[in-house]
Design a protein around this ligand. Structure first.
Ligand code: AHR
Length: 493
């Protein structure tokens, strides 16, 4: 058995837990929208065609903000196609996902769904094939109270969308309308400036890098922010991870890469801010992250043009869930500089929720660490101290077997410790030093692991991989390849 120590102290904090860290993403990709959140005729569908079983799971997941409508999709999207009478909405080719877009769901429908799900919308504008004017039109349509052609066409109350993405992954050659950093930086700055003329209180996200291995990583952020620093609030980061049979330990340590990416992007943004003599500090919108079996994508992409073909509907394993839980630990640890984060995506495609056409919806393994972290991470994030054995990985060199973060809800007198054991064979005995929390004791330990780390959930076995309570004894033992949450509470006198 390995042994590690983790010390927590109420005075050493990172900052408040930001609710927007528990975001998700609904893109017009595969069956995320059609056959995911929206399936008229499904036994649980409401009058607008939204699946009630999926909505219930979204609420249980604890999602706070949802990015929409893409993703790669947005870079060729005409938002006007998705508003107005259904019979006038065109069918279009979507080159990003080689699919036919029916436009039966557009911004108005999404807003109705978001209200039912109780989530904030983070809206992306198309800066691939479009520009400043179309972004302004969309903003006027969405947020202006009325009395203009576009806002009257919306009808009803303004959507009051605060958080806007200025395009998507514009650094990627796969992106429709891909740009150089200088081209994009100018366009992002001008779009942002014009959007603020209409609505000064918006929060705007400039595109950062699509992943940390992009050849332009760092240089992209630097050039874009030189041009747009004062106009934006956040810079985006995206990262996906995939199991590698040649480096299984490296996959389990994916959060090391997320940590490094966050630290590199904030350092780059701060360096630009210093060069510009700006007092403003940007934060990161980590608006796409997850485990994603991207190497299997070519097998999923359809040969023919069809509506909502299944794409990237991989079943997630118990080990994937441990990695997802660890990525959430990384996001929480950086709550001072990561303002929002969106797990990509929500239903069916790369998703914690799966839904069969006309059939059941169920929780994938990765649903559980997200739901428990969103529910239990409350109050302040604590800066923890760890002493752990380490191991070799091909990707990241030596990494600790233990990774952890903690949150402290002072009012409730509760502490939650989120921890992973990345060791593939040995359990980890954890000495939790909480002496600084006078009068607190461990009240619960929940673990997510599986004797078969490759086990998955399915429609027939929806709870094969699920969290389980561990009896609280004198020792805290984290099983091999496990994600854990340990709860402490103040004794009531
Ligand atoms: O989430 C799937 C895709 O991954 C998104 O459309 C794109 O932004 C990223 O490359």
């Amino acid at each position: 058995m390995n042994e590690a120590t983790l010390a927590i102290h109420p005075r050493y904090t990172v900052g408040p837990v930001r609710p927007r860290l528990f975001g998700s993403f609904v893109e017009h990709l595969g069956r995320c929208v059609y056959g995911g959140i929206f399936e008229p005729g499904h036994p649980t569908a409401d009058a607008d065609g939204f699946r009630g079983d999926v909505l219930e799971l979204v609420r249980e997941l604890g999602v706070t903000v949802v990015r929409y409508p893409g993703g790669n999709f947005v870079s060729g999207y005409r938002w006007e196609d998705g508003v107005g009478p259904l019979e006038d909405r065109p069918r279009r080719l979507d080159g990003a996902w080689r699919s036919i877009e029916s436009n039966r769901v557009g911004l108005g429908e999404f807003q109705r769904w978001a209200a039912r799900a109780g989530v904030e919308t983070m809206l992306a504008v198309n800066l691939g094939t479009r520009g400043v004017q179309e972004a302004l039109d969309l903003l006027e349509y969405a947020n202006h109270p009325g009395g203009t052609r576009l806002s009257d066409a919306r009808g009803g109350e303004p959507y009051d969308i605060r958080l806007w993405c200025l395009g998507n992954e514009m650094d990627g050659p796969w992106q429709t309308g891909h740009k150089t950093a200088a081209e994009y930086g100018r366009l992002a700055a001008e779009t942002a400036r014009a959007m603020r003329f209409l609505d000064p209180g918006l929060e705007l996200v400039a595109c950062g890098s699509s992943h940390a291995a992009m050849p332009t990583f760092g240089a992209w952020e630097s050039t874009v922010l030189e041009l747009a620093y004062e106009q934006v609030d956040h810079v985006s980061a995206h990262a996906y991870y995939e199991a590698d049979p040649d480096d299984p330990g490296g996959f389990l340590a994916s959060a090391v890469d997320m940590d490094r990416m966050i630290e590199a992007v904030t350092a780059t943004a701060d360096a630009v801010g210093a060069r510009l003599r700006s007092r403003k500090r940007l934060t990161i919108s980590f608006d796409e992250w997850n485990v994603w079996y991207q190497s299997r994508l070519p097998q999923w992409l359809p040969a023919d043009w069809t509506e909502a073909p299944p794409i990237s509907e991989d079943a997630y394993t118990a080990a994937d869930a441990v990695v997802v839980g660890n990525l959430l630990i990384s996001l929480l640890r950086h709550a001072d500089r990561v303002a929002a984060a969106c797990q990509a995506q929500l239903v069916n495609a790369i998703a914690p929720i799966r839904a069969e056409p006309g059939g059941p919806a169920w929780r994938q393994s990765i649903f559980h660490p997200f739901a428990l972290t969103a529910r239990l991470a409350r109050g302040e994030v604590l800066r923890v101290a760890m002493d752990s054995p380490d191991y070799d990985t091909a990707r990241y060199g030596r990494v600790p077997v233990l990774d952890a973060v903690a949150t402290h809800d002072r009012d409730a007198g509760e502490v939650a410790v989120f921890a992973v054991n990345r060791d593939r064979a040995r359990p980890l005995r954890l000495r939790l030093d909480h002496a600084a929390f006078a009068g607190h004791r461990v009240t619960g330990h929940t673990t997510l692991d599986d004797a078969l780390p490759g086990a998955t959930n399915s429609a027939d076995a929806p709870d094969r991989v699920a969290p389980r309570a561990v009896p609280v004894g004198p020792d805290l033992v984290l099983p091999p390849v496990s994600w854990n949450v340990i709860r402490l509470a103040r004794n009531r006198s």
